[in-house]
Design a protein around this ligand. Sequence first.
Ligand code: GTP
Ligand code: MG
Length: 314
Amino acid sequence: MSRISRVMRVLLALLAAWASMDLCLVSTSNVLLIGNPGTGKSTILNGLIGKPAFRSGVSYGSGLTYQFDKVEEGGIRYMDTPGLSDVTMRQKAADAITEALKQEGTYKIFFVVVLQNGRVRAEDIATMSSVLKAAPINGTDYGLITNQLPPREFKDLQSLPDVAQEVLGSIWCTMPEKATPHVHFLPRDDELEGADDVVKPLPKDCVDFIDMTPGVEIKGEEVKQVQADGYEEQVTQLEQKLSDLLRDKEAMQAQMREAFKGREKETAKAMSKMLGIQRDIFLNMFKAAQPAQRMPDLVKDVALVSLAFKFFAH
Ligand SMILES: Nc1nc2c(ncn2[C@@H]2O[C@H](COP(=O)(O)OP(=O)(O)OP(=O)(O)O)[C@@H](O)[C@H]2O)c(=O)[nH]1
Ligand SMILES: [Mg+2]
């Protein structure tokens, strides 16, 4: 083979490799995870990178990640931050998150939350809300990972629209102007229970979710200081709001419809793509006329009719 054709082959191989790379991630320089202590941020980052780049593990009292940490890998800057809910570390955590947001460039930002007995924790929403107030994120270009879901909750969230509506509605209705459709449910992984610095590759659908979530350009000078003061009061107010919302499901639905007004179809499309649930189920969540339960009823009816057909055909 001539030298020129060898060079051509190498160039073609490089071009093919470049074309097959995920352009979403390539054009993004920062992947930033934010969430309260123990939600699993460092573990997710290590799983994404494929090595123990960040310390993860059980921590008593304060969070294990106590400062802004960053690691560069394959041209992407991965960033880990401490959580705001730890009172002794709160100011330091607020400073660390502010610093992380000021690194300049395109960001993919993911909030990591966990549920407590199937409910969203007020402290997780307070953290999201404090950071979103400081970060110049237009609209809803950030992702939400509901992590460490026990098997039953994971299954119900995937299959029962009412459950997904309650959980996501609790978050969306407390900050309607920042209601994101970029949501991912990640099941609990027993191999990670109580583990330190374990690297477990993320499930493919989670990597796909991270790829698909849009990035946002952040200019350092537009970032405000994340506020540590008033966090406890915010949590108390949110607890009240969450219990009101869960008591009055109709009000919750009305607020959800308001939050997604004008973007119902694209939201339902984005969510069904990410969660693999039928688009109509999500559309029902945002529409006034159809109750969320209608889709499963329809499925049940179709199943009954086809059973009847089978019975009479024999
Ligand atoms: N069972 C289970 N344990 C998990 C999962 N994800 C993380 N863990 C464990 O939870 C503990 C805390 O995880 P980290 O990744 O350190 O959490 P973090 O959000 O970085 O916590 P801080 O750094 O303290 O803010 C570790 O022992 C992990 O192994 C999961 O999906 N299932
Ligand atoms: Mg950590």
